[in-house]
Each structure stands twice: as structure tokens, then as C-alpha cells.
Design a binder for this molecule. Structure first.
Ligand SMILES: [Zn+2]
Length: 564
């Protein structure tokens, strides 16, 4: 009999999973065949990548849910306290499962602590010992369910992000504390948790939630989670921190051409990523005679012409999606999860115009290296060039925003799949060592083997954050879990705020022995000697087991060096 190893469930093909895969592959091809040849050619030739192609014209990408608006409070009348508590979490699970069927990407809770406080009060739960006990148990069960459930598309997990840390009410504080401490004590690698850092609330000693910030850092030092949304970084400082939240993959949705800035109830609708090294390869092979200044200008011009195609493709996809009706989104319809109720709209455009159309980029580091022969972090001149390029991209994206009255945004793409796909295609056209390594570096990140110390890395990457209004992250890579040096995490958070980083994460190799459950950084288990080791690493914002990485990410992992 074939044994089922639930640890490897991501690779298990259920009946539904097999049917989904076959359908998804066929749909991608038929979508490409039916698109404007400009779009399909650019995608097939690897000059751009249309993400979640199987969802083209059907649905949007991700959503930070407005969980309060459509919560079925009235259903809770007459329930016992136990049933009320269970009912709240049943509802959250229904939302996750429902959205898992009707959108292609992640599900965020923008203020999990505050929202749970509001809901528990409105359904009439008393704040007593019995409530606290069941709340803590339910949170633990909810985290475990998110970690374990492989119910989406018959085989894959849900990408869920809990943003928290700002609620100073008794209940909200209890929720944040329970989420962090339960997560820290478990073997879970999901959900993604994002701790919002804000002066006056949790950033400094004496702030009401400073204890929770300390708990967050302790959890990060053991498990890489949470990551940190830095609400005090200069370009975020004027925003209401309650209204801003992120998706674990890094997607940021905030500015709105059709209303006040907020993340709550808003989606990234569509996104496509541009292959920067490819543009650099094209201009350097066509114009080998040019000096740096001219070659950079050629690069910028070529980027603009690629961006025109990407913009047209995003508009096409957006318009196709707006042809759907509210009935095509039953979970959104039932629970009013978005900024505009699906029940009240004349056309879907009334909802989706609030979402973002993101133009992503990958491989800035390789592009600058190709254009100048040096890394962008090798000199202040090259750093300034890199910033100029990203600022220029943002200016063009902002022009699209004005011209079309839609929320075009610039995204520093994480590129789980494309980091390997792009160089794989590029090497059929060009021959260069930067292609041979098998992956391109995320967004504007410095190379994973830069060996810059964490302070330098943050200082180099910080200036790019304010231009990436569609989202981005800076990571610091530790050699091993900084268990005895939680203070380093605090210092780096402060340094990141000073350098205008808005989203910060910490990575380190985290190995788990499958036999005795010991954890650490080892090849063979240091407790029992077992060679059966689960290697947990962060890829594209979420923790994953390394053996399931895409080939590009495996190549990147092999090159990663700590920032020491
Ligand atoms: Zn062991």
C-alpha cells in the first residue's frame, strides 16, 4: 500500500488536484493563443511574465479583507458563548476557503487583533477567564488549520497573512499575544504574520504594546515570523497605520484614485513583471560602443517601450475581468469583503477600479551589472544610477495612473517562479555568466551572496522602497537563528526605519529533524544524528520546505550567504 506522508502533501496529487493541473495548463495555453500577439510574444519570449495566467479575465489576485462589514453578527443571537467563539473562527475559515476558490492569490487580514476585538464585543462575548481560554485555544486551532490545510485546488495551501500589533484594547492585546506565542511554540510555518511597528503604540519602551513588540522579535528570532511593517519609515509616517496592511508576498495596496488611501477591502487585481536583465542584455549587445551614460539612457528607453506593452496588457486583463458579474464571486458577494459591496454595484468596475494594476520588475542587480560591469552597491555612482532607473520607472507608472484613472503601481517582484524562468529563456538568446547562475535576484535586492553586513544591506536597499508603491521587502540573512541576540533585530528595525525601509524580514536556515523534532541549523540532527531533515526557508514571502522550491529558487538558495 502506498503510504501518504502528510509532510509532503504539497506534492500529493489528489483527484481534484490532477484535474485542476490539467485544466490550468490547458487554459494557460489557450489564453496565450487568444491574446493580442504583442502580449503573448512578450510573455513567451520571457521579456515579461503574466502572473497567474490561468486566472486571466476570470478573477483578481489578492485581497486584504474587510472582515467587519459583512460579518454575520445577526446569526450569533442566542448562541452560547462557546458557540459564538467557534462561530467566529468558522466564519474566518469560510472566508479563506471561499476566497481560495474565487481569487488566484493571497488572503490578508489587515488588523487581525483589532477586528477580532470588535467582532467578539459585537456578538456579546463577555471578557472573562472562560472567553480568554477558548479564544486562545481557537487561535491555536486556526493557526494549525492554516498551516495544515491543503484544500485549495485539491492540493495546495492557502496563502494567509495576519497583520497585527496596533490594538491596545485588552482583547486586541490578548489576540496579538496569543497569535505570537502560540505560533512560536508550534511547528507551524504558516500563516504569515506581519507585525506593524508604530511609535507611541509598540515601538519604544513605555509604549502600551512594547511587550508585544518584544514577543514578536522573540518569535522572529526562532521562526523568521513575523516580518515587520514599519509605519514610521518616512514615506509611511503620514499614513494611518490601521489603514495600511500588507500581503505576506509583499504586495502593497494603499493609494486609490477613487477614494481615500487604505488597504482594507482592496485588492491587487492584476500584475505582470518585466525582465530587467533581458533589457540590459538587449541594449548592451546592440550598442556595445556606448559609454555608461548613453547605455543607461538606451536601457530606460527600452524599458519604457516594454512598459507600454505591459500597461496595455494589464488594461486588457482588467477590462476582461470587469465583464464578470457579482455572482461570479459568491464569497465576496455574501460577506462584503471588499471596499464596495458586490450587492450595490452597477458593474464590477465599481469594485475593481479600487484595486491595483502592478507593473513588477526583477533583476535590477544583474541589469546594472550588465550595463556598467559592476554591482549597483559597489559605488555611490552605481547606487545613484540604480535609484535613478527605479525612480524613472515609477514616474512612468504614475503617468499611467493619471492617464487612465486606474491604480497602476510599481512592484518589486519576489519572483518565485520567474527568478528561474527568465534566465532559462534568456540563455537561449544570450551567453553571459550572470545568466548561467540560473536565477535572477529579486526586485532591487543586492545579490544573495553580497556578504554586505545587515546595516549596509538595509542602507543600500532602503532608498528603493518609497518608489515601489505596489510593494517590496528588504531581507536580512542571518547565518543561523539569532536566538541569543534578539537585540540585533531591534537595532536593525530601527536602522531600517531610518533608511526609509517600509517592510523588513529576517531569514536564516531553519532545519527540523523529522525523527526527534529538534530544530536548529544542521546537516545531520545534532540531537539524534538523523539524516531525515526538513529544511525550512523563506521564498517569495512565505516559509516553505526547501525541497519543494522551484529550480530558480533552489539555485538562489545555493548562492545565499549570510549578511554578517
Ligand atoms: Zn533528531
Amino acid at each position: 500500500m502506498k503510504s501518504i506522508n502528510y509532510e509532503h502533501a504539497a506534492q500529493r496529487k489528489t483527484f481534484v488536484g490532477v484535474v485542476y493541473d490539467v485544466g490550468s495548463r490547458a487554459r494557460k495555453e489557450s489564453i496565450l493563443d487568444g491574446l493580442d500577439p504583442r502580449f503573448s510574444k512578450f510573455h513567451r519570449e520571457g521579456r515579461m511574465h503574466i502572473h497567474d495566467l490561468e486566472a486571466y479575465g476570470i478573477t483578481y489576485n489578492c485581497l486584504n479583507v474587510n472582515v467587519l462589514a459583512g460579518f454575520p453578527y445577526e446569526d450569533f443571537h442566542g448562541y452560547s458563548n462557546l458557540r459564538k467563539m467557534l462561530g467566529i473562527f468558522e466564519h474566518f475559515k469560510r472566508v479563506i476557503v471561499g476566497l481560495g476558490n474565487e481569487q488566484s492569490g493571497g488572503i490578508g487580514f489587515p488588523n487581525f487583533d483589532i477586528d477580532l476585538e470588535v467582532i467578539s464585543e459585537r456578538v456579546g462575548l463577555p471578557w472573562d477567564e472562560a472567553t480568554r481560554t477558548t479564544l486562545s485555544e481557537c487561535i491555536d486551532a486556526f493557526l494549525k488549520w492554516i498551516n495544515d490545510a491543503r484544500d485549495r485546488c485539491g492540493q495546495v495551501q492557502y496563502y494567509v497573512t495576519l497583520n497585527l500589533g496596533l490594538g491596545t484594547g485588552e482583547r486586541a492585546r490578548f489576540v496579538t499575544s496569543a497569535v505570537l506565542s502560540r505560533f512560536m511554540r508550534s511547528n507551524n510555518i504558516r500563516p504569515n504574520i506581519i507585525f506593524k511597528v508604530k511609535d507611541g503604540i509598540n515601538r519604544r519602551e513605555g509604549n502600551p504594546n512594547h511587550d508585544l513588540a518584544c514577543l514578536a522579535r522573540e518569535s522572529t528570532s526562532k521562526k523568521m515570523i513575523p516580518t515587520y511593517l514599519l509605519c514610521d519609515s518616512p514615506h509611511n509616517a503620514q499614513l494611518d497605520p490601521v489603514k495600511i496592511a500588507l500581503m505576506g508576498c509583499r504586495t502593497k495596496v494603499y493609494q486609490d484614485e477613487h477614494g481615500e488611501g487604505t488597504t482594507i477591502g482592496r485588492s491587487n487585481i492584476v500584475y505582470t513583471t518585466i525582465n530587467l536583465p533581458r533589457i540590459a542584455l538587449e541594449v548592451t549587445s546592440e550598442h556595445s560602443e556606448l559609454g555608461v551614460e548613453d547605455i543607461i539612457r538606451e536601457f530606460e528607453d527600452k524599458w519604457s517601450s516594454v512598459a507600454e506593452v505591459v500597461k496595455d496588457q494589464l488594461l486588457h486583463r482588467y477590462r476582461e475581468m470587469c465583464k464578470n458579474g457579482p455572482d461570479d464571486f459568491p464569497c465576496n458577494y455574501a460577506f462584503d469583503l471588499q471596499i464596495t459591496s458586490f450587492k450595490a454595484v452597477a458593474s464590477m468596475e465599481d469594485v475593481f477600479k479600487h484595486g491595483t494594476l502592478a507593473i513588477g520588475f526583477i533583476g535590477l542587480s544583474e541589469a546594472i551589472d550588465l550595463l556598467t560591469g559592476k554591482k549597483y552597491y559597489s559605488s555611490s555612482e552605481n547606487h545613484a544610477l540604480a535609484i535613478r532607473i527605479v525612480r524613472g520607472m515609477r514616474e512612468i507608472v504614475d503617468k499611467y495612473r493619471r492617464d487612465h484613472g486606474l491604480n497602476f503601481s510599481l512592484l518589486g517582484t519576489s519572483g518565485e517562479f520567474i527568478s528561474g524562468r527568465f534566465p532559462g529563456i534568456d540563455k537561449t538568446y544570450y551567453d553571459h555568466p550572470l545568466i548561467e547562475k540560473g536565477f535572477y535576484t529579486n526586485s532591487f535586492h543586492v545579490d544573495v551572496d553580497s556578504k554586505l553586513n545587515p546595516f549596509e544591506k538595509i542602507a543600500f536597499e532602503g532608498p528603493f522602497h518609497k518608489y515601489c508603491n505596489g510593494g517590496c521587502i528588504t531581507y536580512v540573512e542571518f547565518k543561523s537563528a539569532p536566538l541569543t541576540n534578539v537585540e540585533a533585530i531591534s537595532e536593525l528595525i530601527e536602522h531600517a526605519i531610518e533608511n526609509d525601509v517600509h517592510y523588513l524580514g529576517f531569514n536564516f536556515p531553519w532545519d527540523q529533524c523529522r525523527d526527534c523534532h529538534a530544530t536548529g541549523t544542521f546537516d545531520d540532527c545534532t540531537s539524534c544524528g538523523s539524516k531525515d531533515i526538513k529544511r525550512i526557508r523563506r521564498v517569495s514571502g512565505y516559509l516553505e520546505e526547501a525541497e519543494f522550491f522551484t529550480p530558480g529558487k533552489k539555485a538562489e538558495l545555493a548562492h545565499r550567504k549570510p549578511n554578517v
